[in-house]
Every structure is written in C-alpha cells, then in structure tokens.
Design a protein around this ligand. Structure first.
Ligand code: ATP
Ligand code: MG
Ligand code: MG
Ligand code: MG
Length: 439
C-alpha cells in the first residue's frame, strides 16, 4: 500500500480530550475518529488492527470447538421479557421503537437471542454439547464513556454461548473457553490473569475476568505475582481431554487472584509479601457459567438419555476486541508512539523513501515493496513528498514492527537500513538480502 493512496489522517497536536496514552495515540495515529460521545468510526489503520485482533480470537474460538454465527444487533423487547431482563437491565440498554410502535433494543449482550435460536433447533442430548459464538457490535449506554475505545458505548464483542446437558458438561465447556482465552491473550502479546469475579446482570455463580495489569485500568485487582510467569497452554492442547483441561484450569486458579468485588483480605494476606500485587487492571474478557438461568424461563429444554426433558446448562464468554486494541497500546508503546506486537500490526513493514522524486530511490523502493509483498509481508510505503524527519516520526508513531529506510546515500553503497521498532536496533542490509532477513 502506498501511503499517498491510503487514508491516514495523522494529528500533529495531542488531542486535549484524551486522558490516557492509548486514546491519545489512537487519535494521533489516525486509527479512529469519535462521531458521538463513546461512538467511534474505525479508520483504515485502526480497522486493520481490529481485524487482526479478531482473527486471533476467531482462530482460538474455532480451535476450541466453538462455531461462528452472526446475530442481529437489533433485538425485540419481547425476547427480553421472557427472561425477565427487559426491565431489570436498566439505563445501559438503548431502547428503540420501530414505525409500528414495537419495542426494540440495540443488543448489549445476546443470551436471550442465542437461547431462542438454540431452543428452535435442538431437542436432544445427542446434539450436545454446542458452543455458538459471534463477533458483533454491542451498545451499552455507559454512564461515563471514556478512554476512547476502552470504554465506548458502541463496541465490538466476541460473545460465545455454551449449551450442555448437565453441570459437568457445562464445566468442561467453561474450561475450554478458559484455555482458549489464555491462548488468545498470549498470542496478542498480553499477559492476562484470570481472576475470580462477580457475575453481575448476566447471573450465575462461576465466573472469571481476564485482566491485563495496567496503571490506567479501571478495575482494582489483587493477585499473586506468580501468574505472570505461568506457562500458557500449547497450541496442541486437546480440548476433548476433560481431565487434562481441568488440570490446566486448576493450575491457573491455584494462586490468589480476585477483582475488588470478590476480594478476600484474609486470604490475600496469606500470600507471601513479595508475591502480593495490589494493582489496577483492564478487563479484556469475562466468562460465566450460569446454569439454567435463561434456559428455564425461556424453555430451552432437551431430552436426556433417560427420556426425561430438562433445561440445558449454559455459560457465556465475552472478549472485547475494540477494548483490546487500546489495551495492547497501553501495554506496548514508548515516547515516540505505538509499538505493535507482530501478531496484530496493521502492516509488517514501513518502507520509507528518503528522497521521493529521485529516480533511483523511487525505483529501489518500488522493487523492495514488490519483493516484500511477494514474500507475503504487508508493506506501507511512505512515498509522500515529505522531509525524512517527518517520515521517521510518522513511522515511529504508527508503530509497524519493521522500518525499511531507503535513501540515495545508502543506495550508492548498495545498502539500505533496517530498523526494528520495538528495540530501535538498526542494521545495514543489501536490498537483495532483505526478504531473507525478514522471513
Ligand atoms: P466493564 O466492567 O468494563 O463495564 P462488563 O463487565 O460490563 O465490562 P461484560 O458484560 O463482561 O463487560 O462484557 C464482556 C467484555 O466486553 C468485557 O470483558 C470487555 O472486554 C468488553 N466490554 C464491555 N463493556 C465495554 C465497553 N463499554 N467498551 C468496550 N468494551 C467493553
Ligand atoms: Mg459494564
Ligand atoms: Mg466488569
Ligand atoms: Mg464483565
């Protein structure tokens, strides 16, 4: 992609309304634009990151055996009356009337709708277990939308819903998501700690929040430092191995970790002093087991092996991809800008032409772009007619993992410069050796 043809509205000034670094950097790097309070347009660079975050989430959901669907954003109030949540949900729910005066709403979550979909199709234990997930926009009329996409009103959520015959089955479904979440956050370059959490309006009694430690986080958390060094389950983990998964979950819940709502000061005091962390964190995921809370009132029943009908046991499992984009920046930036982990970078390489208009430099850049792209790397080629200083600053700001710097002086010696954004390390390479070096 040539920058001259792209849409990258970089801001020179630091926007005053942005209180935290990720919000400032997302605005400055032209990733998002606020359209109303807590409602954002995703511009190309931001969208590229969001899509990559979703791709990792999707790959790990699929690996765990969950199946993707896509439900509408607009739901009928009738459905929410069946579960009794329509009145209970309160002001965070955006209620809408259509032209026939029918009560509708913009979904803040989808337990009711997915239960309706399930009950229409599945009647027997033979069709269980099932886990259906989607990645879809949600709306919650937050009292205090802030920090950009960290707490917005319209936001993207990956929400999965599991259906099992009994509690033991549901526990295994919960464990699958638990392990999938550990892998997902690790692949995104984050250290997420599962913490005992309250279930809130979703209901139920078994719940963990996945928390990234960050000073700007809105949650107050208490945990054992040891979690930061716990090994993440391997890609080859067998999701059908009931005892194996339970072992992983037991290990990852063996030390103290709780959000402020679930905090037990006495239990925390028993953690060795050097291991104790009272910190702030960002909730990036949340998993719940809530039994028959929705299946019972909504009549989602299946016949068991004994011929008896019973309500299915359910769980729900959320991740916030749009919040994650901000959380990744909170965890990975420096004075000069964003430092994208390779797995989510909007492009792999920033190609900087230090003398646009110089025939030899232009030709070298065009051929490098072609070779890198042919090798499967994504390239943002800064072909603008700008000073080198401005190009260096933009490249550092948008944080692509590699910078390939091409100027007439270097080319005269048969060399170009390669810079790793994360470390600042620079090396000279011959253009012919570049693809091999980056592979
Ligand atoms: P919070 O405590 O931050 O308000 P929540 O507990 O209300 O979040 P859940 O209902 O657990 O959120 O939703 C699942 C996930 O959706 C959260 O873990 C978070 O990653 C994401 N999420 C929730 N609310 C927002 C929001 N306003 N903006 C961006 N992401 C959000
Ligand atoms: Mg909330
Ligand atoms: Mg919460
Ligand atoms: Mg939550």
């Amino acid at each position: 992609m040539r920058l001259s043809r792209y849409f990258l509205p970089i801001l020179r000034e630091t926007p005053k309304e942005a209180e935290i670094v990720s919000h400032r950097l997302m605005l400055r790097a032209g990733m998002i634009r606020q359209e109303s309070a807590g409602i954002y347009a995703w511009l190309p660079l931001g969208l590229a990151v969001l899509n990559r975050v979703c791709a990792v989430i999707r790959a790990e959901q699929d690996r765990s055996g969950a199946v993707e669907i896509l439900m509408p954003t607009i739901q009928s109030a009738e459905l929410w009356r069946e579960s009794g949540r329509y009145e209970a949900y309160g002001k965070e729910m955006l209620r809408i009337r259509d032209r026939h005066e029918r009560e509708m709403l913009f979904g803040p979550t989808n337990e009711e709708m997915v239960t309706e979909i399930f009950r229409a199709a599945i009647r027997s234990y033979k069709d269980l277990p099932k886990n259906l997930y989607q990645i879809q926009w949600k709306f919650r009329d937050e009292v205090r939308p802030r920090f950009g996409t960290m707490r917005s009103r319209e936001f993207l959520m990956k929400d999965a819903y599991s259906f099992d015959l009994d509690q033991a089955g549901a526990r295994h479904a919960y464990n699958k998501m638990f392990v999938a979440y550990l892998r997902t956050f690790a692949r995104l370059g984050l250290k997420a700690i599962p913490m005992r959490a309250e279930t809130g309006p979703i209901g139920g009694d078994l719940s963990h929040e996945f928390i990234i430690l960050a000073q700007t986080g809105e949650s107050e958390v208490f945990c054992d430092r040891a979690y930061l060094d716990f090994p993440v389950p391997a890609a080859g983990t067998d999701f059908d191995d009931v005892a194996g998964l339970q072992g992983i979950v037991d290990h990852w819940t063996s030390r103290y970790a709780a959000t402020s709502e679930m905090h037990d000061a006495d239990a925390f005091a028993a953690v060795p002093e050097a291991e104790r962390m009272a910190a702030r964190g960002i909730e990036v995921g949340h998993i719940f087991y809530f039994g028959t809370k929705y299946s019972e009132p909504m009549g989602a029943r299946v016949t068991g092996p004994d011929g008896q009908e019973r309500p299915v046991h359910m769980g729900s499992y959320g991740i916030g991809p749009s919040r994650l984009v901000a959380a990744i920046i909170e965890a990975s930036h420096d004075e000069a800008g964003i430092v994208w982990p390779d797995a989510v970078a909007p492009f792999d390489v920033a190609l900087l032409n230090l003398k646009t208009g110089d025939a030899a430099t232009d030709a070298a850049c065009a051929s490098i772009q072609g070779e890198l792209e042919a090798a499967g790397l994504t390239v943002l080629y800064d072909d603008r007619d700008e000073r080198p200083g401005a190009k260096f600053a933009s490249a550092d700001l948008i944080g692509l993992p590699w910078q390939v710097i091409v100027g007439p002086k270097g080319l005269a010696d048969g060399m170009i410069e390669l810079k790793r954004r994360a470390t600042g390390a620079r090396e000279s390479v011959a253009p012919q050796a570049l693809v091999e070096r980056l592979r």
